[in-house]
Design a protein around this ligand. Structure first.
Ligand code: UDP
Ligand code: MG
Length: 329
């Protein structure tokens, strides 16, 4: 199969028919073997019934129905797990992403990129509550992760299947897919895409997501650099704090024993003890982290690396070796 289109759907009943029509209109002329995977995220309206009806008529449409609302990230994740296409395209169900962008993404993918992101250059959303926070967040995330992407909020994106199969998404990390992909070593590009106002239904998010984005950023940044060596970050600051506390304590001891001064009423004494305790705690957290990392990778036999390809002409079939690595993942 050439292409899988993954669509998270949550209470979008009025959009379903248009979505299906517009997608089909764009995808059919491409002459590719494709599938559309809708992840119905516990919709409480008629979304699932409508999707099921369409799927009965067109087997290229597949529907994964969640038992309850698990969030957009889970929707993407289920779609990724189910996808069989060489290229996996994600798109929102609310028609804000114009499916006409899909061929543009595919053209760019043909140049050899692993991930091509849509960029809503002319985004049709309110400025103050949407576009401004999004712009600040994208800027901040790019600064922090070093991944230069303009628009992480744009669901319209194309990925090579290997990249999404390797991706483990939790919480609301779908906003960080480009950053996680870059961390897996993906090559990336951006393409400006058309964006439209929401015609039916309501947005599922409010301004509250801003705070969650900041917390998620801390997670992603941490995982990006320290997921296999937590002691390096916790230990560094732990040793620093404990060291400063120890020196301070040493100085106080000197004052007491040699200079004969009273140190019982000195704030520096409390600070010194505090720093040392905090330092020991940070180092301990680092050590606990090291143990958790081992259970994480070894318990699931996950490699700590991501392979692009393997060249080994000594094996009977090179393709076989590649497949084996794929299977091990
Ligand atoms: N969505 C979902 N589960 C959720 C929230 C949203 O599957 O818990 C879907 C929703 O149906 C839509 C996409 O994710 O297809 C993006 O949601 P929305 O349009 O509300 O986000 P916005 O465009 O306002 O950022
Ligand atoms: Mg939307």
């Amino acid at each position: 199969m050439d292409l899988s289109v993954v669509v998270p759907v949550y209470n979008e009943e009025q959009n379903i028919q248009y979505l299906y029509d517009q997608l089909t209109e764009v995808l059919e002329p491409l002459g590719l073997e494709y599938e559309i995977i809708c992840a119905d995220d516990g919709s409480r309206d008629r979304s699932f019934a409508l999707l099921k009806e369409l799927a009965q008529k067109d087997p290229r449409l597949k529907v994964i129905r969640f038992r309850r609302n698990f969030g957009q990230t889970a929707g993407f994740s289920a779609g990724f797990d189910y996808a069989r296409g060489d290229i996996v395209v994600t798109i929102d169900a609310d028609l804000q992403n114009d499916p006409a962008g899909i061929p543009l993404l595919l053209d760019k993918m043909a140049e050899g990129y692993d991930v091509v992101s849509g960029w809503r250059k002319e985004r049709q959303d309110p400025f103050l509550s949407r576009k401004l926070p999004s712009r600040i967040a994208n800027w901040l995330i790019s600064r922090t992760t070093g991944v230069q992407v303009h628009d992480r909020g744009c669901s319209l994106r194309a990925h090579r299947r290997e990249i999404v199969k390797d991706m483990r998404l939790y919480g609301e990390l779908h906003r960080f897919i480009p950053d996680i992909a870059a961390w897996l070593g993906a090559t990336m590009a951006e393409v400006p895409v058309n964006h439209r106002p929401r015609r039916f239904g309501k947005s599922k998010y409010g301004i509250g997501r801003t705070f969650r984005v900041i917390l998620d950023l801390i997670t992603v940044r941490f995982l990006q650099s320290y997921s296999t060596r937590p002691i390096h970050i916790f230990g560094k600051y732990g040793l620093l704090l404990a060291g400063v506390g120890f020196l301070l304590g040493l100085w106080l001891t000197f004052e007491k024993l040699v200079l004969g001064q009273s140190i019982g009423n000195r704030p520096a004494l409390i600070l010194s003890v505090l720093l040392m305790v905090m330092g020991v705690q940070l180092v301990s957290i680092g050590l606990l982290g090291e143990m958790i990392v081992r259970t994480y990778y070894e318990g699931q036999e996950k490699p700590i690396y991501a392979v692009r390809e393997i060249i080994d002409y000594s094996t009977p079939s090179h393709a076989e070796a590649v497949q084996k690595v794929e299977r091990q993942k």
